[in-house]
Design a protein around this ligand. Structure first.
Ligand code: K1U
Ligand code: ZN
Length: 175
């Protein structure tokens, strides 16, 4: 298994804005990508990761929203689709591994019905609520080139990108 570099908005915005392509079927090569994405997500650490965040424009997501001492609960989503979203919305303080150190509140539907292929290639349809609903919507947004900061005001979005750029410059080795 390999850890993959995570793309960030300061250097890789054009890639992160791409629309990812449907996959169609799960094979061993895709399972190897999902294994690498899970390892990368756990190492970051994060609770979700879309393939485009590691530069792969395929409609693939990994997630683990288990808390604290709960056992690991990795989930994989291939070609996920939102079939239904509730009228009711909930606010959640979101973060993103591609917009490091920035957290802000986003309002999204409280419940969604999703259809996807899992790690084994089985077709799954289920309802998501709470953090699962927030995270799957955040990750499906990535597949459509949408970042959580796109849900904020233009001022907040520009401030966020400036902060990430400044932090990246500060972290860069002096030549
Ligand atoms: O970049 C990503 O898409 C991953 C992102 C997922 C997410 C977080 C919060 C709301 C919606 C989607 C993250 O994982 S950011 C890091 C994070 O939330 C976290 C990290 C360590 C422990 C617990 C949470
Ligand atoms: Zn994200």
């Amino acid at each position: 298994m390999s850890l993959l570099p995570i793309l960030t908005v300061d250097a890789d915005l054009a890639v992160l804005k791409q629309i990812s392509e449907p996959v169609g079927a799960v094979d061993d090569a895709l399972r190897a990508l999902m294994d690498d994405m899970l390892a990368t997500m756990y190492a970051a650490p994060g609770i979700g990761l879309a393939a485009i965040q590691v530069g792969v424009p395929k409609r693939v997501i990994v997630m683990d929203i288990a808390r604290g001492e709960e056992p690991k609960a990795p989930r994989c989503f291939v070609d996920p689709q939102i079939l239904w979203a509730s009228e009711e919305t909930i606010p959640y303080e979101e973060g993103c591994l591609s917009v490091p150190e920035i957290y802000d509140e986003v309002e999204r539907p409280a419940r969604v019905r999703v259809r996807y292929l899992n790690y084994d290639g089985d077709l799954v349809e289920e309802e998501a609520e709470g953090l699962y609903a927030v995270c799957i919507q955040h990750e499906i947004d990535h597949l459509d080139g949408v970042l959580f900061i796109d849900h904020l005001s233009r001022l907040k979005r520009e401030q966020a990108v400036r902060k990430v750029r400044k932090a990246a410059r500060a972290d860069a080795p002096a030549i």
